[in-house]
Design a binder for this molecule. Sequence first.
Ligand code: AMP
Ligand code: TRP
Length: 333
Amino acid sequence: MSKKIFSGVQPTGNLHLGNYLGAIKNFVELNNDKQNECIFCVVDLHAITVKQDKDQLKNNIRETAATFIASGIDPNKSIIFNQSKVYAHAEGSWMLSCMTPMGWLNRMTQFKEKAGKDKEKASVGLYIYPILMASDILLYDATHVPVGEDQKQHLELTRDIAQKFNKDFNCKDFLKVPEPLIKKNFSRIMSLKNGLKKMSKSDPSDLSRINLTDSEDEIINKIKKAKTDSLPIPNEEQKLKDRPEAENLLGIYSSISNQSLDKTLKEFGGKNFSDLKNELAEILSSKIIPISNEIKRLINDEKYLDKILLDGANKAEQIAGKKIEEMKEIIGF
Ligand code: AMP
Ligand code: TRP
């Protein structure tokens, strides 16, 4: 069955191994299936829910597009664009905001995490961020949305919003209810310094993550310094319980080598972490360095990237512009 795929990544710098294994690697697989229609969006309107530096934002938009292409997304096959270029996203977000109960947003755990202790100071944009995400997805009639595990709750909200809109305006099946595509395993890559914390762009320690622009030396050094525990590597999954750092490193190894955790445990069970770390640094380097080099090459070609983003926005506008007009008609404008 052909799928309509939509996903987004924020241009907030430091794209890392978690973004790659949790999301972008799956984008590439979906892009490679001829039957799928894919749209990959650089969600710059989402990025400004927290303060951004103007020049850095511009660079990060291009770098995120470069990362998509360097990872293997073909801009001739899939649409790549940045969100702020297509007005329908913000307009749709407003209309959906007007029929989304506050109670639904109050449950969103990402807002609670990002707003921190002083919620009164967080921007209203950060609070309604998941409605903009729903607008992104619903404007394209996306059937499937590939994301990491942390976005599961936002996708459930998107489904609820679509169903409520269709019911409130008596327009059955107008907004398509999308399915999340979240890999069962390895959809949550953890910090190299703390196996209980998500690998994140905003972690102050660069040693906590492998950036997609890291050099081979940086990758080797970060894996060498990654936190482990003092027990040997087990040979059964059950024995990884309460050993989050061991589980994370073995998970990363499995994911990047496209093999099951079980197979990785058979390979390394009984060995020391130094053996795993040597192999892990090697395979990570072999997969990440070509991407890193290609990102560095592409970001110097601003003209090319801007053309991809502009062509993508024109194609996206055709689809989203039509949907937003239908939405307005349904609402009574
Ligand atoms: P963001 O950088 O927040 O825009 O996230 C882009 C994509 O990467 C989303 O699909 C996230 O779910 C995914 N992602 C971000 N961090 C991780 C992580 N540590 N592990 C797995 N997936 C992640
Ligand atoms: N909220 C997502 C994240 O932080 C990014 C995003 C915005 C997205 N719009 C989307 C993901 C639409 C999938 C579909 O990772």
